[in-house]
Design a protein around this ligand. Sequence first.
Ligand code: ADP
Ligand code: MG
Length: 461
Amino acid sequence: MSEVNASFSELPLSPAMLTILQQLEYLTMTPIQAASLPIALAGYDLIAQAKTGSGKTAAFGLALLNKLNPKSFAVQAMVLCPTRELADQVTQEIRRLARFEDNIKVLPLCGGSAMRNQITSLENGVHIVVGTPGRIMDHMERGTIKLDGLQTLVLDEADRMLDMGFHDDIAYVAKRCPKERQTLLFSATYPEGIAQLAKQFLRNPQEVKLLEQHAGSKIRQRFYEIKHEDRLQAVAMLLKHYRPVSTLAFCNTKQQCRDLLNVLRHEGIQALTLNGDLEQRERDQVLIQFANRSVSVLVATDVAARGLDIAQLEAVINVDVTPDPEIHIHRIGRTGRGDEDGWALSLCSTADKRRVAAIATAMNCAVTWDDLGKLQNDDKSPLVPPMSTLQILGGRKEKIRPGDILGALTGEAGFAREQIGKITVTDQSSYVAVARNIARDAIKKLSAGKVKGKTVKVRAL
Ligand code: ADP
Ligand code: MG
C-alpha cells in the first residue's frame, strides 16, 4: 500500500487544480488515489479496485480533467456508471473538481430525463459526459453524440454494471470510441467478468488493488452463533441492544429482505428495503430517508447496496454471512468511517461457520464468538430515529434550493438550525429532515407560510 499521507502536490497537477483541492479540503490523497493517480496521469490504462467511499471518483476525475482542453467544445471524456444516482454523484464531484477552470461543461446522460434537453445540451457543447450505458447508446444510435474527440473512457463501478447485465451495452459503446484513448476501469470488487472486460477494452492496463485488510481499526466486529430459525428475531435483538442510529442490514436474498422487514416492523423498528423492483423515485426516497437519519435500518442485498455511500453508519449487520470474504470486508467497511466507531455484527448458524473461518483467514484476525443470550436490553424504550422526513412538492423545476427551505424553517417558522437536518432537492420534490418532535409543527408552519415566495404542499413521508 502506498504512503497514506501522500500530498496531491507531488503529482503533476496545475497550481489552479491544487488550489481547488485545498478548497475542497482534500488535503492528502486517499490510498487508492495515491496508488492510481501517478499511473493514470502518466496516460496508462488502469484497472483500480478499492472499496466504496475510498475516493475513486476524484482518482479518475483528476486524470481526465488534467488532459482536458477547455477551449475545445468536444466530448473529451466519458464516464459510464451503473445507475442514474451514481452518475449524478459522479457528475457533482467532477463539477466540483472542474472549478479550476471556467466553463468546463459536465453533462449527465441517463434515462429518466428528457432526451430533447440532453440533445440541446450536447449541441451547445460539452466536455465531459457521465451516464448510464443504455442512454449513451441511445445517443450514439441517433447520432446525437460525437465521440471523435474522446480521450478518456471511464468504466466506473464496473462490477456493478456487469451485475446489472450491461456487458453488451458497454461493449457497444467502447467499440465505437476512438482507438487512441485512455481507458480507466474502477471497481469495488474483482469478479471474473472484470478481467474479461479489461481484456476486451483496455490496452496493457496497470493494476491497482487495495483490499481493505485492516478493516479492524475502527470497526468492532462481533460474531453471534444462532439457530437458523432465530435469525431474523436476532437482528431485532441486536438493534435493541446496540441501539445504532443507522444500520445497514445485509441479506443474501430478496426474499430474506422482505421477511426481515416484516419482523422489524412488527418490533416497532423503522426499516426500509432497497431492491431492484423499486422505481427510481421510490429508490431515491428510501435513500434520502436513510441518509438523513429518519429511518433506523436499511435492509438490502449486496447488489442493491453496491455503491451506496452513507457518511454516518453506526452498524452493519450481516443477517447471513456471505460465502465470499472479499464481500464481507466490503460490507463491513461501510461503517467506522472517519472518526466514528462502527459495529460489524454477524449472525451465523452452525452451517455458516466455515464461511467465518474463511473471513478470519482473509482478514488475518481471530474470531471471537459472542452469545446472543448475554445481550441485555436494559433500555426498553423503543428505537426511534432522531429525524423525520418532510416532502415538499416542488423542486429544481420550481427553482427551489436547499437554502430556500432552510430559510423558511429558520426564518418565519422560527425553528433552530439544529432542529433541521439534511435537505435534498430533486427535480420534482424536495425533502427535508427535521427533528422528530417538531415534524408536525414544521408541516403546519411550512404549509401556512411560503417557500421561495410560493405556498407549497408539504407532507410527512
Ligand atoms: P468511491 O467512488 O470510491 O466510492 P467517492 O469518490 O464517492 O468514493 O468518495 C467518497 C467521499 O470521499 C466523497 O465524499 C469525496 O468527496 C471524499 N473524498 C475523495 N477524495 C478525498 C480526499 N483526498 N480527501 C478527503 N475527502 C475525499
Ligand atoms: Mg464511486
